[in-house]
Design a protein around this ligand. Structure first.
Ligand SMILES: C[S@@+](CC[C@H](N)C(=O)[O-])C[C@H]1O[C@@H](n2cnc3c(N)ncnc32)[C@H](O)[C@@H]1O
Length: 413
């Protein structure tokens, strides 16, 4: 298996990536909200603003940190910063950082408000369309109205999304899922691909490379969100039974309708449940995944989710947990830039997750030490975003950190 890459995020000297693809490059489907001309332009402006912040202003933040922040810190302390927290306190006094951070927060607020307004003005139609799409589609949806969502999903709206993933505004609500899909483009500048499924495609590419000819018969996706990545897995393994779990009913209703609209996922069963404690009727799974879920959860919760992945895994199976990379070995300025989401974007456990030893957590969950390792998953060549091919680029460029656990066909521990 390949080692974790050194950080390759876009540097001040790299050529700027081309402008984001326009919002219209998104793959349309019948469950998706309709956008007026002005609504599309608003998302395009937010995406262009994010592009400017990442490509133009961020290099200036790095320069200001090296030129002003680090010398000031060393003059005051008589030594370099001991950790990113000490470094950040000095960085936050810097005007270039403050400008970048404030504008970044504003683009996130704009994305969420624009997405929500677009969805709310057509919510009755979206609800009835999603119900109609599901009828006779073959895609299954099982909700649990009695389920209490974990507190980390209800106490703060994650990445400033009003109501988070779990709030139902009306009967049959799809607001969270619909606004998540249309708004993701603006944050990622279209870099997750037309169907917002780059992580799923990177996962399939990893499986093809590392387990060629493997055909998992049962797949479990923990925290499936709008099911975009689940659908890629389902299409890659059309003979598999796929169970996709999420805590949020409005995410799942949209996921199921979206899957029905796009086709190819009739063998997916969407289930509302807490991935921390899962009781399913199915036999154990050959492949258990979580894609960009762990940062939404608490430290105890991620341990429970790893335990779920161990318990639900069949002998010979593979657990695959994909995230952005740990901070270890990264310069302090890089750690602070990456930590922005944890401090200013309501990603409460983001910071601690990136300090957590996920290999140790997998072992604690039951995986034998020799069967756990770290790797990277990359979008297929030619499939990565223009300008960031092969770069990890904060989760947008098509390359991720993964912790993998295998359960041998014959248990050795
Ligand atoms: C950032 S989204 C990622 C969705 C999806 N995996 C993807 O790649 O697009 C995180 C999802 O995890 C779900 N989630 C977080 N904690 C959960 C838990 N304990 N049980 C079930 N779902 C959970 C949230 O509701 C949300 O839909």
């Amino acid at each position: 298996m390949s080692a974790v890459r050194k950080d390759q995020a876009t540097s001040a000297t790299a050529a700027p990536a081309p402008l984001p693809r326009p919002w219209q490059s998104i793959q349309p489907h019948a469950a998706m909200p309709e956008l007026s001309h002005d609504e599309r332009v608003r998302f395009n402006v937010v995406a262009a603003m994010n592009h400017f912040l990442a490509q133009r202003l961020l290099p200036r933040v790095r320069e200001a940190a090296a030129r002003d922040v680090e010398p000031a810190l060393e003059a005051r302390l008589g030594r370099p910063a001991a950790d990113r927290h000490e470094y950040r306190r000095e960085l936050e006094k810097n005007l270039t950082w403050r400008l970048w951070s404030r504008l970044r927060r504003s683009t996130m607020e704009l994305r969420q408000q624009a997405g929500r307004l677009t969805v709310l003005r057509q919510l009755p139609e979206l609800v009835s369309t999603s119900r109609d799409l599901l009828k006779d589609s073959g895609v299954s949806l099982t909700l649990d109205p009695a389920m209490t969502p974990p507190r980390y999903l209800t106490s703060l709206p994650s990445h400033l999304m009003p109501g988070g993933y779990v709030t139902d505004l009306v009967d049959g609500d799809v607001t969270a899922g619909a606004s998540y899909e249309i708004g993701l483009y603006a944050t990622l500048g279209g870099q997750s691909g037309p169907a917002s499924d780059r992580a799923g495609r990177a996962t399939v590419a990893w499986l093809r490379e590392h387990r060629p000819d493997w055909r998992p018969r049962r797949i479990l996706d923990l925290g499936c969100g709008i099911g975009a990545n689940t659908l890629v897995l389902a299409q890659a393994f059309p003979d598999a039974e796929v169970v996709a779990v999420d805590a949020g009913a409005p995410m799942l209703r949209y996921a199921a309708a979206r899957t029905a609209a796009l086709g190819g996922g009739e063998h997916i069963r969407f289930v509302q449940a807490d991935a921390e404690r899962l009781a399913l009727d199915e036999a154990p799974f050959d492949l258990v995944l979580s894609l960009m879920v762990l940062h939404e959860t608490s430290r105890p919760a991620l341990q429970h989710i790893f335990a779920t992945s161990f318990q639900q895994l069949a002998p010979g199976g593979l657990a695959f947990h994909l995230e952005q990379p740990p901070y270890r070995d990264k310069p302090l300025i890089e750690q602070c830039l990456r930590d922005w989401d944890g401090r200013y974007n309501n990603e409460s456990f983001w910071s601690s997750l990136h300090d957590t030893d996920l290999v140790a957590c997998m072992r604690e969950a039951g995986f034998a030490a020799q069967h756990v390792h770290e790797t990277t998953a990359n979008a297929a060549i030619g499939d990565a975003a223009p300008g960031v091919q092969g770069q990890e680029d904060y989760g947008r460029g098509g390359a991720w950190y993964v912790v993998v656990g295998e359960k041998p066909a014959v248990q050795t521990n």
